[in-house]
Design a protein around this ligand. Sequence first.
Ligand code: G4P
Length: 298
Amino acid sequence: MEDRAYEKMNIQWFPGHMTKAQRMIEQDLKLVDAVCEILDARIPRSSRNPDIDRLAGDKPRLLILNRVDLADPAVTARWRRQFESQGYAVLETDAKSGKGVKDFVPAVRRLLQDKLKEYEAKGQTGRTLRVMILGIPNVGKSTFINKVAGRKAAIAGDKPGVTRGKQWISIDKGLDLLDTPGILWPKFESQEVGEMLAITNAIKADVLDKETLGANFMLRLREYYPQALTERYKFTPDPEANGFELLEEAAKKRGFLVSRGEYDIERMANTLLGEYHDGKLGRLSLEQPDDGSVGKGE
Ligand code: G4P
């Protein structure tokens, strides 16, 4: 975002276990036939790990756009086209309800059909395919794997940044998945990436200043989805207001009064982020593909 109204935030977050996970992934890549990266459909750019392209080399790649239930369908369709034009196989899923998940196994088989033929030519019929599942913390990896496996195969958790050890999960019909701890990258390449990760719960929002995060989020909503503010918080965002003023306006409408004439914008920031998380603002995507489309996906 180039808008000068956006407040600067200081975001640096790189726990040691992330480097370790990255090294582990580098080694484990030798064991798999394909790499499947799970992205948050609302932030397909920020939820990709920029190192994976380098690490994965020429392994066949599948991108899962997860949480499509919370993303703007028109924007998701554009992301899908963009990724497909870059040579990735793409699936759209809502792992929570299981929507789209049944297409995963056929998609992997399609992706690896040449490999399967190669194995068969060598007499290795019925060889198990191995796919590494990657994704940033809290993107829905465990939920997705559980749904694909049809049983409680991976432990789903709700703590951003908490990693689990890697494990193989056997899926019926000759397919093994390698679950990996969520990884992030050494430095957020921009403040925007950090904000996107905090808004979508990939990193704990308390490592950031919640009020500033909420204020910047308000500006983004005014720019892309002003109707969401009108519908949910019953005000038409003033084009001249800064993010804090927008928070204050919403706080007024909600009656978040601290003292006479003073409104609780911190509470409003928490409410805004919580309601976005719960899908109460509607299906809103936070990143647009660079496909030259002028529409904002409304
Ligand atoms: P992880 O392994 O990548 O760390 O993520 P995990 O599966 O634990 O999922 C993190 C949270 O995201 C879970 O919520 C899960 O239910 C939710 N989730 C996963 N996929 C989807 C999806 O496609 N749509 C929606 N709406 N949610 C999804 P939780 O921790 O139980 O609680 P909460 O985040 O719902 O509050």
